[in-house]
Design a protein around this ligand. Structure first.
Ligand SMILES: NC(=O)c1ccc[n+]([C@@H]2O[C@H](COP(=O)([O-])OP(=O)(O)OC[C@H]3O[C@@H](n4cnc5c(N)ncnc54)[C@H](O)[C@@H]3O)[C@@H](O)[C@H]2O)c1
Length: 249
């Protein structure tokens, strides 16, 4: 696929994709970009009405999914397989944060974030990998975070997102023989509901650390996801890619 496909927005034509957490924010941006590039996108979110409203604007389908439940993940992948006959792209984007200093962090805050941000990625990757292995092709893109390297107030989130890096690299090794690629993206500070809750003073501090001088937008992340999901990226696997305006420099 070359320049013509790029120009016509056909880079992902005929691909079947699942995007988790597609009801708003980065996941919505990813769903819009994949659909724009020609994919049929299943918008999955624990908030079913958000998932459906994004999906209806894309002529796609929305489905309710709580990624922290193994049976729901298995059932969603089975439904997609029954409906479309295959699954080409999985984007594990759903995530939550429950920030607190370590000495004040509750058991619930710890367990909730690990359940959604790490175990959810495992459940969906396990379910999708069964189909992709059998098909001998596939693309898995996991949304980690720059916080995986450590961030004050985010012991739960950083641990989960570091876990996503280890999981992605291991899945990349295991699935390579089936021509399934697995990559992780680490967004920096992206303007979504998740970051709008941050107090102004901390928000300003974070923005001041970004060499490119602005917060990222969901579309900035979505563009990289679309590339990794395409046939063009067939020789890229096990990578951990920062999309943060130079935040980590
Ligand atoms: N916003 C940022 O600056 C930033 C930075 C780095 C990484 N990330 C990661 O990007 C991803 C998207 O974040 P966002 O900023 O768009 O957040 P957001 O809160 O705006 O959206 C998250 C979406 O995930 C859904 N969701 C939550 N729990 C779910 C579950 N159990 N099952 C299915 N869906 C669920 C929500 O309903 C929501 O639609 C997350 O994994 C987040 O950790 C965000």
């Amino acid at each position: 696929m070359g320049l013509r496909a790029l120009l016509s927005g056909d880079l992902l034509r005929d691909k079947i994709a699942i995007v988790t957490g597609a009801g708003r924010g980065i996941g919505e941006g990813i769903a819009r970009k994949l659909a724009h590039d020609g994919a049929t996108v299943v918008c999955a979110d624990v908030n079913e009405s958000d998932a459906s409203s994004v999906a209806s604007s894309l002529a796609s389908i929305g489905m309710r999914l709580d990624v922290s439940k193994a049976d729901e993940c298995d059932a969603l992948v089975t439904r997609v397989h029954e409906r479309y006959g295959r699954l080409d792209i999985l984007v594990n984007n759903a995530g939550i944060n429950r920030d607190a200093m370590l000495h004040k962090m509750t058991d619930d805050q710890w367990h909730q974030v690990i359940a959604v941000d790490l175990t959810g990625v495992f459940f969906m990757t396990r379910a999708a990998s069964r189909l992709m292995r059998a098909a001998g092709s596939g693309r898995i893109v996991n949304i980690s975070s720059a916080s995986w390297m450590g961030n004050i107030g985010q012991a739960n989130y950083a641990a989960a997102k570091a876990g996503v890096v280890g999981l992605s690299r291991t899945a990349a090794k295991e699935l390579a023989r089936s021509q399934v690629t697995v990559n992780a993206i680490c967004p920096g500070f992206i303007d979504t509901t998740m970051t709008r809750g941050i107090p102004d003073a901390i928000r300003e501090q974070q923005l001041a650390k970004i060499p490119l001088g602005r917060a990222g937008q969901p579309a900035d992340v979505a563009a990289v996801v679309a590339f990794l999901a395409s046939d063009e990226a067939g020789y890229v696997t096990g990578e951990v890619i920062n999309v943060g305006g130079g935040y980590v420099l």
